[in-house]
Design a protein around this ligand. Structure first.
Ligand code: UD1
Length: 427
């Protein structure tokens, strides 16, 4: 089994470039299915989830491939297969968002109910309601969602919760539905705006992305384009937190600061200095962080994805912090692992009470999901002695070369053993 080994206590110092957005790229790759012609995506992160999405598009009979590490080519002029394979959808929830585009192009789609990180109930009812509102007949049987429609038409769609995935999915499929679709209580996430900009560049008519009401006027067809994806605000946040916990001083380039406002402001509340430039941010920490309370919420609230690494930092803060998880109820599965490292955390339901300790101690720990992995890496960077982190298949899904980036900033970190994929083959 492959593990990351970290000897904690090194200050992170230096400059590092943040990769393109995982979630932004995945949504756009599904959106690219709408167009006839070639789309080239630039600055896509080289991570497991993008590879999975490329394989998914290939299984649909679409021409899709990586062009080197950070470019993806997609030509969906032909979609030969309207059924998505279970093996790929179960790995990654975002792949469910191919349903609408396949339906819009082919009149029929059969896609398994999705999997992905085990962080709580992850229903797709908003997605399904959206497809039905646009005129699809949807049957859910034998673990598959089967959608059919001779013709899609625009409609009002109200979301009970501003779901990022459902907003992106419905906005995408509405681009080829006749007439006007209005999504109310739409998600405000930067990845929604990134996807809207991509679809508009392909010829879609969308207004209001980034607000709670998005209006889409259907068009007959869309064209392939070249497009650069937005920076990954979760990677930027993770590296900023890592600098904070190690009392480091780093400069992150390729960052859109306004996408990270909640995380940067909360870092400032803990006494960490954050200077936001036009496309870079510098982080400087010279003392133990102060405790602060965190409540996760949809954007522009504090992102649920940053709750875990931020909590790892609060585990060594001066004082007691209360962290409330309002989006995904099981995003506390890293708590038991942090406790193995000496953290004093009491978790009840959706709340964790974190009593900061002066220092954590290195231990053998396992990542249960992507951001839990980020939390354990952050903790290991500050812990006394050696930490061994397994469960790297989760980390590889979403962070491009996180080990190399941290090592370049001076962390004492190595990765050794048999890579997760090879270990699965051997088992
Ligand atoms: C996306 C991100 C994920 C992030 C999450 C919240 C991707 C690939 N993933 O996930 O990293 O943690 O946003 O910011 O972009 N819900 C329903 N019914 C639905 C859809 C969602 O009840 O049909 C609920 C979910 O259970 C959850 C909440 O809505 O409680 C938010 O989920 P959503 O914003 O849809 O998350 P994802 O798009 O899956």
């Amino acid at each position: 089994m492959e593990k990351i080994y970290i000897v904690g206590g090194k200050r992170l110092l230096g400059d590092v470039r943040v990769s393109g957005s995982k979630n932004g790229t995945l949504a756009i790759m599904a959106g690219a299915l709408l167009a006839k012609g070639t789309t080239i995506l630039e600055d896509t992160p080289c991570i497991g989830d993008i590879q999975t999405m490329v394989e998914m598009l290939q299984q649909l009979g679409v021409h899709a491939r990586m062009l080197g590490k950070n470019r993806v080519e997609i030509d969906a002029t032909e979609i030969k297969n309207c059924e998505a394979p279970y093996d790929l959808v179960k790995k990654m929830r975002a792949s469910f968002c191919v349903t609408g585009p396949i339906l819009a192009r082919c009149g029929y789609a059969r896609v398994p109910m999705p999997g992905g990180c085990d962080i709580g109930a992850r229903p797709v009812d908003f997605h399904v309601k959206g497809l039905q509102a646009l005129g699809a007949t949807v049957n859910i049987e034998h673990g598959y969602v089967e959608a059919e429609a001779d013709k899609l038409h625009g409609a009002p769609v109200y979301l009970d919760f501003p779901s990022a995935g459902a907003t992106q999915h419905i906005m995408t499929v509405a681009c080829l539905a006749e007439g006007i679709t209005r999504i109310e209580n739409a998600a405000l996430e930067p990845e929604v705006v990134g996807l809207a900009n991509f679809l508009i560049a392909m010829g879609a008519k969308i207004s209001g992305a980034g607000t709670g009401t998005i209006e889409i006027e259907g068009v007959k067809e869309l064209r392939g384009i070249n497009y650069k994806v937005i920076p990954d605000r979760m990677e930027a946040g993770t590296l900023a937190i890592a600098a904070g916990i190690t009392r480091g001083e780093i400069v992150l380039s390729n960052v859109t600061s306004e996408h990270c406002t909640a995380v940067f402001q909360k870092l400032q509340e803990t006494g960490i200095h954050v200077f936001q430039g036009p496309d870079f941010v510098s982080i400087k920490a010279d003392a133990r962080p102060l405790a602060t309370d965190v409540k996760t919420m949809p954007h522009p609230g504090f992102p649920t994805d940053m709750q875990q690494p931020f909590s790892a930092m609060l585990a060594v803060a001066d004082g007691t912090s209360v962290v409330s998880e309002n989006v995904y109820e099981r995003r506390f599965r890293y708590v038991a692992e942090l406790q193995r490292m000496g953290a004093e955390i009491v978790q009840e339901g959706r709340t964790a009470i974190i009593k900061g300790v002066p220092k954590l101690t290195g231990a053998e720990v396992t990542a249960s999901d992507l951001r839990a992995g980020a939390a354990l890496i952050v903790a290991g960077l500050a812990a006394e002695g050696r930490s061994e982190i397994s469960g790297l298949e989760h980390v590889d899904r979403g962070y491009e070369d996180i080990m190399g980036k941290l090592a370049s900033l001076g962390a004492d970190i190595v990765r050794m053993g048999i890579p997760p994929e090879a270990a699965v083959k051997l088992a």
